[in-house]
Ligand binder design. Structure first.
Ligand SMILES: *Cc1c(COP(=O)(O)O)cnc(C)c1O
Length: 477
């Protein structure tokens, strides 16, 4: 390697180590405005090159104040993992190796690593060992892949080959989905020509679980192709649909049951939590993320399909320069839409190897414990209302109980802004049952009990400041 490139790689390594060392003390969110970042990174189109290490220095300097603290220990707004160092190390090698993860020819090492990791995933998630897995960019694309397999299969059962002939003239597919499904499922349906508006929305209960009686009555006079989409881990409450009963209803009607388990499917990796997912093994496909609870660096998701042939029929294609597949080795591109792509097997393999079954279970259980600890601390504070029982690792909370609904929304917004300005932890807003809430999710490997307690102090202080403001406002009136 030329000295110039060696220096650039060494510099990236030094910058990465410095960043890693300061994760816990850095601001948990970006500190620069759009304008500041634009000024730091913009310039006229480069006419000539620049020495490599200087490029890397400028990039790191320009990006620094715009980096979110997702890899740090006190980032609770999004349900994303914390880019675990073992995954990062594997990811560095993935980039340096420059493998094309699309096919066995492109990278025998990745193809085999994905095949091993896929087996490990099915074992950890207690799903049937003969399911097929596609390595995607995330749960959105994992659901897209699973639903493509579903669409092909339910239409073939109705005598229509959608993969060959498309959807024009095809029998209609009824798609049923819980009213509190994740927004990305509707996007996946749209990409597949199933439309995000023509779905049948099934009412849910107070924590967002699909109501089986409502599903049954929606299907009472149903005939023809059917896809039902359930959820493991509602984004606000962490709730799980009643899978056993849903699977019974769906299969009685000859339908395909897909489960969006972006983070919640990981409850299956914990002996203490697996009961929450009871019956989920009867589904026909599952979408789950690697970059959420498994802590794989972005981007990584898994599309898991029980009927491997339906999975391949939806995704595989032939080309003169590619081997037809078959034999002992799985062809990565038979299970996802992409051909050339990042070799995602390495980071997944490394993280499962590093944490092991017991480490993954312990981490997930710890996050659920820490979420409960935070909820209990906040609930003990007058004027704070936790809106759901903490079943998993997340909950939603509103500030200002006893005030009018509009006032509670405003107070909650004000508290979130104060927490963000204080810079101890990062939380965000969400809307739940028409109420503006603060959502709190514990999902990073880096979060400790001390981080939770320190963050609780900051949240409570923000609420006390805001509520002191209301009391002052009243006495001045
Ligand atoms: C995060 C999430 C998704 C989307 O996953 P991406 O990895 O962002 O594509 C879908 N469903 C649920 C429940 C999620 O939490």
């Amino acid at each position: 390697m030329s000295d110039e490139y060696r220096v650039a790689l060494e510099q990236a390594c030094a910058l990465a180590l410095a960043f890693h060392g300061s994760r816990a003390s850095r601001s948990p969110s970006a500190t620069a405005s759009f304008e500041e970042l634009w000024a730091a990174l913009n310039g006229s189109t480069p006419e000539d090159g620049m020495v490599a290490h200087e490029v890397i220095r400028q990039l790191a300097e320009g990006a620094d104040a715009g980096l979110m603290g997702a890899a740090g220990p006190r980032s609770f707004a999004k349900v994303t993992g914390g880019s675990h160092p073992v995954g990062v190390a594997a990811d560095w090698l993935t980039s340096v190796w420059g493998q094309n993860g699309g096919s066995y020819l492109g990278s025998p090492a990745n193809a085999v690593t994905e095949q091993v990791a896929a087996r490990w995933l099915l074992d950890l998630l207690s799903l049937p060992a003969d399911c097929s897995i596609g390595f995607t960019t995330g749960a959105t694309m994992a659901s897209f892949v699973c639903l493509a397999a579903a669409r092909g299969k339910v239409l073939r059962q109705a005598g229509w080959n959608a993969d060959a002939d498309g959807l024009f003239g095809a029998p209609a597919i009824n798609v049923c989905i819980g009213n509190d499904a994740h927004a990305t499922i509707f996007a996946a349906l749209r990409y597949l020509g199933l439309g995000h508006n023509r779905v049948i929305r099934i009412p849910t209960d107070d924590v967002g679980r699909m109501q089986v009686a409502a599903l049954s009555s929606a299907l009472a006079s149903h005939e023809g192709p059917l896809i039902v989409i359930a959820q493991a881990g509602q984004i606000n409450t962490g709730a799980f649909d009643p899978f056993s009963e849903i699977a019974d209803v769906v299969h009685r009607h000859g339908g395909w049951l897909h489960v969006d388990g972006a983070f919640g499917l990981w409850a299956r990796a914990s002996p203490g939590l697996i009961h929450l997912t009871a019956g989920i093994e009867h589904a026909d496909s599952w979408a789950v993320d690697g970059h959420k609870w498994l802590q794989v660096p972005h981007d990584c998701g898994y599309a898991i399909v029980r009927d491997a042939q339906a999975h391949r029929q939806a995704m595989a294609f032939e080309a003169s320069y590619l081997p037809p597949g078959g034999g002992a080795c799985r062809e990565p591109f038979h299970y996802v839409p992409e051909l050339s792509r990042r070799a995602r097997g390495f980071a997944t393999w490394a993280l499962i190897r590093a944490l092991g079954r017991s480490g993954i279970a312990a981490m997930i259980e710890q996050h659920c414990r820490l979420a409960r600890r935070m909820a209990e601390r906040l609930a003990s504070e007058p004027g704070v209302e936790i809106l759901n029982q903490v079943e998993l690792n997340q909950f939603v909370v509103q500030f200002g109980s006893g005030e009018s609904p509009e006032c509670r929304d405003q107070l909650t917004k004000a508290v979130v802004e104060r927490i963000q300005a204080a810079g101890v932890c990062y939380v965000g807003e969400a809307v739940w049952r028409d109420r503006l809430v603060m959502r709190f999710s514990v999902i990073s490997w880096a979060t400790t009990q001390q981080d939770i307690d320190q963050s609780a102090d900051s949240i409570v202080a923000a609420w006390r400041q805001v509520s002191a403001g209301i009391i002052r406002g009243r006495s001045e009136r």
